[in-house]
Design a protein around this ligand. Structure first.
Ligand code: DGL
Length: 270
């Protein structure tokens, strides 16, 4: 079992930011990654649909021997983490709690801002996670749905992106948030613009925290692979336009080992 891969899934290729962080912290672990590019985006769809998709994504990885599941998609983790934990016998980690724990370490006073997709913000998952950890801070959530297509378009530094970001972030800035949680796979790539608007506050990108907590959990469960080659196998439900170029932006290295796969409900009509 220890030599089996870690399974990581996301709605698309944005979750490769989490793969990158996990690989850095756990270089001996092999990783299989599923990006459900055929059904992207998840962040604008209903809770029921995303729970169903997330179960199918997990099943795909478990069927390929994943010893541990990482839900790299914030929208999925917001609505499906508990259900997936109950449904599957492998251990599961999501991206919400590790970021919340880090935000609490960094915040001494003031308010905490959370930005994410519409589904993530309206699910209330962050408020619940902060409450469970006994946080006393005011939590301000803001959905920023246009950030995902802007990042996929590569418009990190575009004037239109600046205007949109200003519109989304101004209320958080006015409210003097002390810490800002980036609650979406795509947002770390927009850090320059976000920082220009929000200034010198604390920022939390949960991908590193997930890697750290995953390493601790593997140790505790005695599930570490001491001698893996660190291979990354990438499965995508659609080889969408520019997927390689966009994927490499997230992964930070060439995407070598990738293939198109079908889940039950993404099977090609051809
Ligand atoms: N991966 C999604 C998330 O982190 C963003 C893209 C989407 O909406 O599917 O919420």
């Amino acid at each position: 079992m220890n030599k089996n891969p870690i399974g990581i899934f996301d709605s698309g290729i944005g979750g490769l930011t989490v793969v990158k962080a996990v690989k850095k912290i756990l270089p001996n672990e092999d990783i299989i990654y599923l990006g459900d590019t055929a059904r992207l985006p998840y962040g604008t769809k209903s809770t029921d649909a995303i729970i169903q998709f997330s179960i199918e994504d997990t099943q795909f990885l478990v069927d390929r021997g994943a010893k541990y599941i990482v839900i790299a998609c914030y929208s999925s983790a917001s609505v499906a983490l508990d259900i997936i934990r109950k449904k599957f016998s492998v251990p599961v980690i999501g991206v919400i709690e590790p970021g919340v724990r880090r935000a609490l370490q960094l915040t001494k006073a003031g308010k905490i801002g959370v930005i994410g997709t519409s589904l993530t913000i309206f699910s209330g998952a962050y408020e619940r996670a902060f409450k469970e950890l006994g946080a006393q801070f005011e939590i301000l959530g803001k959905a920023c749905p246009l950030f995902v297509p802007l990042v996929e378009e590569g418009w990190f530094d575009h004037n239109a992106t600046k205007l949109i970001a200003q519109d989304y972030l101004q209320p958080l800035k006015k409210d003097n948030v002390h810490t800002l949680l980036l609650g979406c796979t795509h947002y770390p790539l927009m850090m320059k613009i976000i920082r220009e608007i929000m200034g010198d506050i604390n920022y939390v990108d949960a991908s590193t925290e997930v890697g750290v907590e995953l390493a601790q959990s593997l140790d505790k469960l005695d599930m570490k692979n001491p001698s893996g080659a660190g291979d990354i196998g990438i499965y995508l439900t659609d080889l969408s336009m520019n997927f390689k170029e966009i994927g490499e932006r997230f992964l930070g290295e060439p995407m070598k080992n990738f293939s198109r796969v079908s889940l039950k409900s993404t099977e090609s009509a051809r």
